[in-house]
Design a protein around this ligand. Structure first.
Ligand code: ZN
Length: 686
């Protein structure tokens, strides 16, 4: 099926850095381009498998890396656009594409002809007929392992079962994403009495009124964000509204038309069956085998080892908050919906710093240029210039050119900051074009966040969390932008999942770098710098509330592991059992604590049920061990300096996934990661 030549994906882009022409691309162009791309890719791979010549780097590895260009082009664009700005047509396309792509990928990794071609190349290397450079050798090793993990050596009948599992799993993951997004939107809380909104800023109230009006409702609409905790709970003084918001947040997916429980049950059972078929005890083992962790037991050991210090910490925090609460509301017992509010009160009391007082000092443009970009300039010498004539994948996306210190172009950074109804919650990074030398491609990477758009003409004022998120996602962007690899499949963030968060978490540390902070945290109206006492407070308060934060992340990570490490015979068979299973899982590991829900409860845990982080949510903590160790190392060596940046860039970021990730870590750091720094940072030391 050839692609209509008028489809903008039919030809490689002629725009700078291979940026796709989003002015020309319409919603209906994606699906046919991706479908034609899969057909073309298949034919190219068939030709690689059928090549009668002796296997070489050129006719196996390079030919493979050159294949699938149309598919890559169209799918990269689609997966930038659809999560950020979807509609019914794009949702329908996603539903059609997801299972087709899963089947396409399966067909590749179950293709014995292709596998034999890899084996033939490996045999020639073993026989010393050929020698491979480091990146090619790692490419071949990984590719052979991927085929073996995917079941290429299974007999026909079992391969057929595997295909059916994979197809159904992809369908269920898409369904979870769809139902859960709709459920999140439907969970928004409508307020009819303006007095209840006490604590919100004027701009937030106005935003809430506009949201209600957009949906044809009268009153104010409080949106529910991804996580269990809701930022509005920090500030709302009305207890019953806090309770309604909390219940709306943690009750998502548990009934009604957006019930996700049946999807979860079918999904975890299929994943367990598939793991067994592939020779792994559990899906957790299958998943960890592909990462730095190696196996499920190593993950379990890290996570459960954190439970006792975390609980000690969170219980101490609870006692402290209960004491404050008893002064605010004598006779009332601290509830989950009071926690964030009381914590804010305590933060103000202890540090004389509240979230709303901070916001005027955290204006988006200033934070972006004098903070986020300036940190990268300080470390890597690179510069950023907005290119307003270039259009991103949404009307609001902004495009920046990134150059070396000497002006040599590196690539493009595309940022889409604001929330909108068709946008997934949270923040993330994508690649529109992966850097690689083989095809001479420059990186084009994106960052998405969900900042609330201010009324026209007003500045975008952020919370401290928003600032950290901006630095975090930009850390992923740098991993893509500073990639220096031969092959596309090893570029930038193409690393194991339990490694990929590490560079982005490292980048968060620069938010508190003194010179940067003095430049970017400036009052948007008065131009005054953030008061020195507040700066000190931000530093001192780094471990404030970390018991809660660690507990919610740890509970989510353990929940994920329990769902995926439990044998099939012990998994729920009915939707109604999901809540009990979840409660039992948390109780079993000692993390059952009513005041602190997991960061995501199962019914809206999109990281793991939409796929991508299934049996992999632990990666955030795993990466944080390396991150804390690296942070301590950099601070001991001068902090934000070109020397520190250069070392991190060349030995770690630039190598992407072209060598073993733990090896890259040791090359950079000169040692294995040391857990002590994580415990210290989170205030969890005994
Ligand atoms: Zn991240």
């Amino acid at each position: 099926m050839a692609l209509d030549p008028t489809n903008p994906f039919a030809q490689p882009s002629v725009l700078p850095f291979g940026l796709l022409d989003f002015n020309a691309i319409r919603d209906e162009h994606y699906q046919p381009a991706i479908e034609a791309g899969m057909a073309e890719h298949r034919a190219e791979l068939d030709a690689i498998a059928a090549n009668p010549e002796p296997a070489t780097v050129a006719n196996v590895i390079e030919a493979w890396e050159r294949s699938g260009e149309l598919l890559t082009r169209a799918a990269s664009a689609f997966y930038a656009k659809q999560p950020a700005d979807t509609n019914d047509l794009l949702d329908a396309a996603e539903e059609a594409i997801a299972p087709a792509r899963a089947a396409h990928t399966d067909a590749i990794y179950l293709d014995r002809g292709l596998y034999q071609r890899l084996v033939a190349l490996n045999d020639r290397v073993q026989a010393a007929e050929l020698s491979l450079d480091e990146q090619s050798a790692y490419w071949l090793k990984r590719k052979l392992a991927d085929f073996e993990r995917s079941g290429v050596n299974l007999p026909d009948a079992e391969q057929q079962r595997l295909r059916e599992f994979n197809l159904r799993i992809a369908e269920l993951q898409s369904a979870f994403a769809r139902v859960s997004l709709a459920g999140g939107n439907a969970a928004a809380v409508l307020v009819s009495d303006p007095a209840e909104l006490d604590g919100l800023s004027q701009a937030e109230k106005q935003g809430a009124a506009e949201l209600a009006a957009e949906r044809g409702l009268s009153g104010w609409l409080i949106e529910i964000s991804n996580t269990s905790g809701q930022r509005t709970l920090d500030v709302l003084t009305n207890r019953s509204l806090r309770e309604r918001i909390h219940r709306a947040a943690i009750g998502r997916g548990l009934g009604g038309e957006h019930d996700t429980r049946a999807i979860i049950v079918e999904l975890v059972r299929l994943r367990a069956e598939r793991a067994t078929l592939l020779g792994f005890a559990t899906h957790a083992d299958y998943s960890a085998a592909d990462g730095c962790a190696g196996n499920g037991a190593a993950v379990w050991e890290l996570l459960t080892g954190l439970v006792a210090p975390t609980m000690r910490n969170v219980e101490a925090e609870a006692a402290e908050l209960a004491a404050v609460w008893s002064r605010i509301a004598p006779g009332q017992t601290l509830a989950a919906w009071d926690w964030q509010y009381v914590r804010e009160q305590l933060r103000v009391e202890r540090y004389a710093l509240d979230a709303s007082g901070l916001r005027p000092y955290l204006e988006l443009e200033r934070v972006l240029h004098a903070g986020v970009f300036a940190s990268a300039t300080g470390l890597y010498g690179i510069t950023f210039t907005e290119r307003p004539e270039l259009r991103g994948y949404t009307a609001e996306a902004r495009v920046f050119e990134v150059d070396e210190a000497d002006g040599t172009p590196i690539g493009l950074f595309v940022a889409d900051f604001y929330t909108r109804p068709g946008k997934q919650g949270g923040a993330w990074m994508n690649n529109l074009v992966d850097q690689n030398h083989l095809l001479g491609q420059f990186p084009v990477v994106t960052n998405n966040s969900n900042l609330i758009k201010p009324p026209a003409g007003q500045p975008t004022l952020m919370t401290w969390d928003d600032v950290i998120t901006l630095f975090h996602e930009f850390g992923h962007a740098l991993h893509g932008l500073l990639s220096d690899t031969g092959y596309r499949s090893q570029s930038g963030t193409e690393t194991p999942r339990d490694f990929v968060e590490y560079p982005s978490q490292v980048n968060e540390m620069w938010a508190l770098e003194p010179t940067l902070l003095a430049n970017y945290a400036v009052h948007h109206a008065t131009g005054e710098p953030l008061p020195a006492a507040w700066v000190q407070t931000l530093r001192n308060s780094a471990t404030f509330g970390q018991g809660y934060h660690t507990a919610e992340i740890l509970a989510a990570a353990l929940l994920d592991q329990v769902w995926h490490a439990t044998p099939l015979t012990e998994l729920p068979t009915q939707a109604e059992q999901v809540t009990d299973f979840e409660a039992a899982a948390l109780a079993k590991v000692g993390l059952s604590f009513d005041l602190v829900p997991p960061r995501y409860r199962s019914a809206y845990f999109r990281h793991i049920f939409e796929g991508g982080y299934d049996a992999g949510y632990y990666s955030y903590l795993w990466s944080e061990v390396m991150d804390a160790d690296t942070g301590a190392f950099m601070m001991a060596n001068g902090g934000l300096t070109r020397d520190n940046g250069e070392r991190f860039r060349r030995k770690l970021l630039a190598r992407g996934g072209s060598i073993d990730s733990m090896q890259a870590y040791r090359d950079y750091r000169g040692a294995d990661p040391d857990l002590t720094h994580l415990l210290k940072r989170r205030g969890l030391e005994a």
